[in-house]
Design a protein around this ligand. Sequence first.
Ligand code: FE
Length: 351
Amino acid sequence: MSKTVKALLSVCVVAAATAGTAHAQEQVVNLYSARHYSTDEALYSGFTKATGIKINRVDADDAGILARLKAEGAASPADVILLVDAARLYKGEVDGLFQPIQSAVLNEAIPANLRSKPAADGGIAWYGLSTRARVVVYNKIKVQKADVDTYEELGDPKNKGKLCIRSGSHPYNLSLFGAVTEHMGEQKAEAWLKGVVANLARPPKGGDTDQIKAVAAGECDIAVTNSYYLARMMRSTKPEDVAVVNKVGVVFPNQDSWGTHLNISGGAVAKHSKNQANAIKFLEYLASPEAQNYLANGNNEWPAAKGVTLDNPALKAMTGGQPFKSETIPISAVGANTTKVQQMLDRVGFQ
Ligand code: FE
């Protein structure tokens, strides 16, 4: 090797080292988020203002984020992952895409039933950050509320031909059915699923909002939806949305038994995060009362952190201003049931 080349090489090494240092000094969190709400912007700038840590955001849907993390492997720049639904968070955990973390702040703020099952050393793979209920919507004229105020009744022959619901294997339903399995046991849950299929007014299609609209349009009398889709329509001033909302009633099922199924959006630290301390700091910030308000209100959800209340007119109207009873089973158990549920769906022919 000539002297010049050697000299050049050493210059390059020094330059690279300097660049590396500069990079390390620029405090960042690389965020892969499946949440895309305008209020989330204020959330991120609040964090940067308070800590000087910059947020680089990559937006994709949940499936896209999980696929991207897998494809990137150890080279992934991701630090924090935000996903919606326990079924997906559980999937990310078992696929080894997250690293369990230790945070006294998060353990204090987020109820134990709204996070992953602790590892042997107490590490937590993901934390719930907002909550949504899976509720029943019905035609106010044709259906008695008392006939749809439990999940069990969705599979009761009295509701034959009345039900609209999205695909059984969508994460929102995998989680609901995983919860039902946890409450009823596998055998009863499968019989119930068979009943649900027998009660369908049409083959599953569309998203939750489509099911609410189908009730208003008279295509079915009963539908299942996440609470925020209905809340969004309740807050809309579009005449067509107002017309839909006026036609439907809503019920929070199982108030006299195990409570309404509650799901979460949640956050995790990426397995190959190079900014782990900042990533934990960001998740801790998301659990703070200020951030919880943005997170919840941005999508008409409820805060996950203890003791944080919010003033959302649609959610207030939906619950009659009263607190509702939600299930208390660990959401991690719901995630763990999803494989079993998928097999049950295949057996009962639930698309
Ligand atoms: Fe959704």
